[in-house]
Design a binder for this molecule. Structure first.
Ligand code: GLA
Length: 680
């Protein structure tokens, strides 16, 4: 199987989406000249080219693409060639409206934008696979080809009749017989029993709350239906290409619509698009924290280096107010991705469009042209990346795992729960943020993963856990592992059936809790006082310990005097439970205490606030996320790969500055280790 090393060939990939169909052949030549000037070595071509490649059913128009690929190749620029199937041409929807998706109300989602396809439509699949086959036959052996890029940001949903038929087939395979489905869905409730497979439909708009297990299965089904589209195209392109061409599809960041663990297992290379909001700065570091979380997740999905397939050179166009990136920010966030395992830095897009819905989205080459400051920044970054060539293929050290899973997310964010304020990705982000801020590097892991290589495992909130996951967690702690477990975890089984006793008995045994009797969610903005002087928000619980020690208790309200944060020794290990969302400083302190007890150390103890420190491939990346210069003390002398300067006792990072430090004086730019560093 091809991997990312085949694509990078020892050099970080640098480039972006390139849409030559929007430009003239004269401009293509200018593009090539400027790409070379900027150090671009990868162009993602063809993402939205279907209507140009197949202007009418069955027609083929490849001449322009032949020329573009040859031009790129002559300039020694590699190509990530995309199948154009994310955006069918208008003729497909006009002639075959059954290929268009329908929403929960049965309303058609029309052409005129993009992504208007029903993943279950046999005709969509047929046309998509035909154009994919012809593209792969023609370019599978093109010397410029480095990566196959399938579709773009899969994530559509459809509730149409064709999807209903497909959903039924999927359900038959999952449950085999209807009694099993009725049992799993709990259809004795509200007279929902199904008497024949034909009665089953997607959870369309109903009079009141839809069946939760049906909603959950529909999420699973939708992810699987899209995955079938991906694997079909993947197999076609692989069959027509040499073995060293990896296949990927670009994920949206922390996206709920696809089961990311299942999808990643089907890819040669995992890639993602990251668009943090540059409007948030030092006071609210959600931008870089988001980037760090998505990078950690993608690296964990990839089990190693990954591709940043898209980021913005400056402003995006899809927020209410779209701020550009201030001087230094594009570089800082790019190098953050490299620090956290990326082997490619690509952008949407190379040249800014002059027409269409994204004409106000920034690009590597902006409307202001090659003399702009924005293009200068791109050129500077391209030049700098040569010095980091040695990091490609190397791993990131992480001693902590954060458990994360999509079905748990889907199930806990449904209506009819104890609180509509509960927002799974926000809770995950809060816990990751607390670790990130103190440079405790973490991987994300599937709840059933082998956790034995991690010193500490944290579970921000996993409402739904399988038996295998619960058994694995218990064994991990029994064998000496340390866990910190957040509220509303282990409540349901994979059918969304509440576990006996309200929270799984195995988990309660690990946590040393007799019962978690009632959930006491807090209203938006409401807090509850804790007896250590801090507060909790979002949630609280009525716990009764059986062996666990209350470390912090509620100090007000109905639960006053009852335990809030507990600690329990189980087997050789320790299990902490957190029944509320501690205020950020308290969550940080709690995780710091737990990490210290577990022997998991921050990357650079004593690093000043605002400085991110990550180790990758034997190098220490230091990133200043503030607008002020910061001096970072070093424990041993280092030299900076980016500047070539030695640093004996400390290193000064300018506003948004970065240092990539090697503990021994560098002889050149390719001195760092190429060994993987996974804790696993
Ligand atoms: C996504 C898409 C791109 C473009 C960008 C804009 O990542 O894949 O085609 O629309 O968003 O930010």
């Amino acid at each position: 199987m091809a991997g990312l090393n085949d694509a990078t060939r020892g050099r970080l990939l640098f480039g972006g989406d390139y849409n030559p169909e929007q430009w003239t052949p004269e401009i293509w030549r200018e593009d090539i000249r400027l790409m070379k000037e900027a150090g671009v070595n990868l162009a993602t071509v063809g993402v939205f080219s279907w209507a140009t490649l197949e202007p009418r059913p069955g027609a083929r128009n490849f001449g322009w693409l032949d020329e573009v690929l040859d031009l790129l190749h002559d300039a020694r620029i590699g190509v990530a060639l995309a199948t154009p199937t994310a955006s069918p041409p208008p003729w497909l929807g006009a002639r075959h409206p059954e290929t268009l998706p329908q929403d929960e109300n049965g309303a058609t989602v029309w052409y005129g934008a993009r992504n208007q396809f029903c993943a279950s439509s046999p005709l969509y699949r047929e046309y998509a696979q035909r154009i994919t086959t012809d593209l792969a036959r023609r370019y599978g052996h093109h010397p410029a080809l480095r990566v196959w890029h399938i579709n773009n940001e899969y994530g559509t949903h459809c509730w149409c009749d064709e999807s209903a038929r497909h959903f039924r087939r999927w359900l038959r395979e999952r449950y085999q017989d209807l009694d099993a489905l009725n049992d799993a869905w709990g259809t004795a409730f509200w007279s929902q029993r199904y008497d024949s497979w034909e009665e089953l439909i997607p959870p369309r708009r109903a009079q009141y709350l839809n069946n939760p297990a049906q909603l959950l299965d529909f999420r699973r089904f939708t992810s699987d239906a899209l995955l079938e589209c991906f694997t079909a195209e993947r197999d076609i392109v692989a069959a027509h290409s040499p073995s060293g061409i990896p296949v990927t599809t670009n994920f949206m960041p922390l996206f709920s619509g696809l089961d990311g663990w299942r999808w990643a297992a089907e890819e040669d290379v995992v890639s993602v698009d990251i668009y943090p909001d540059p409007a948030v700065g030092r006071e609210n570091p959600a931008g870089p924290a988001h980037g760090a979380l998505v990078a950690d997740l993608t690296r964990s999905q990839a089990r190693g280096p990954w591709m940043l397939m898209e980021q913005a050179a400056s402003a995006v166009n899809f927020r209410g107010v779209n701020k550009p990136k201030g001087e230094g920010l594009m570089r800082l966030w790019s190098l953050q991705a490299v620090a956290r395992g990326a082997d490619s830095l690509c952008f949407f897009q190379w040249r800014a469009s002059r027409q269409g819905s994204e004409k106000f989205h920034s690009a590597m080459l902006p409307h202001a042209g090659e003399t702009s400051r924005a293009f200068r920044r791109i050129r500077d970054l391209g030049a700098e990346l040569d010095r980091l060539a040695g990091v490609t293929g190397t791993g990131v050290s992480a001693e902590i795992a954060i458990l994360h899973d999509w079905p748990a997310w889907w199930a806990s964010n449904q209506p009819g729960r104890p609180s509509a304020e509960l927002d799974y990705p926000a809770i995950l982000a809060a816990w990751h943020h607390a670790l990130w801020q103190q440079n405790l590097t973490a991987d994300l892991a599937h709840p059933e993963a082998d956790l034995s290589g991690y010193k500490m495992v944290v579970i921000p909130q996993l409402y739904l856990l399988s038996d295998a996951a619960l058994d694995g967690l218990a064994a991990y702690v029994r064998g000496g592992g340390h866990i910190v477990c957040g509220f509303f975890t282990g409540v349901a089984d994979p059918d969304d059936r509440i576990r006996e006793g309200g929270t799984d008995a195995r988990l309660r045994a690990v946590l040393g809790l007799a019962t978690i009797e009632e959930w006491w969610p807090l209203a938006a903005g409401e807090t509850v006082a804790l007896d250590d002087g801090t507060t909790g928000s979002l949630w609280s619980e009525d716990l009764t310990p059986a062996g666990a020690r209350a470390e912090v208790s509620y100090a007000a309200g109905e639960l006053s005097g009852r335990p809030a944060l507990t600690r329990h020794t189980y087997g050789e290990g320790t299990a902490r439970y957190v029944s509320t969302l501690p205020e950020p400083a308290a969550l940080r302190a709690l995780l710091a205490r737990a990490a210290e007890a577990a022997g998991a150390a921050p990357t650079l103890p004593g690093a000043p606030e605002g400085v991110e420190a990550v180790r990758r491939g034997g190098l220490l990346f230091l990133l200043n996320h503030t607008r002020e210069p910061i001096t970072v003390p070093l424990h041993v002398p280092h030299s900076d790969l980016l500047t070539g300067h030695p640093h004996a006792a400390d290193v000064r990072l300018e506003r948004y500055g970065v240092a990539v430090l090697s503990p021994t004086p560098t002889q050149g730019s390719r001195t760092c280790s190429t060994q993987g560093e996974h804790a696993r």
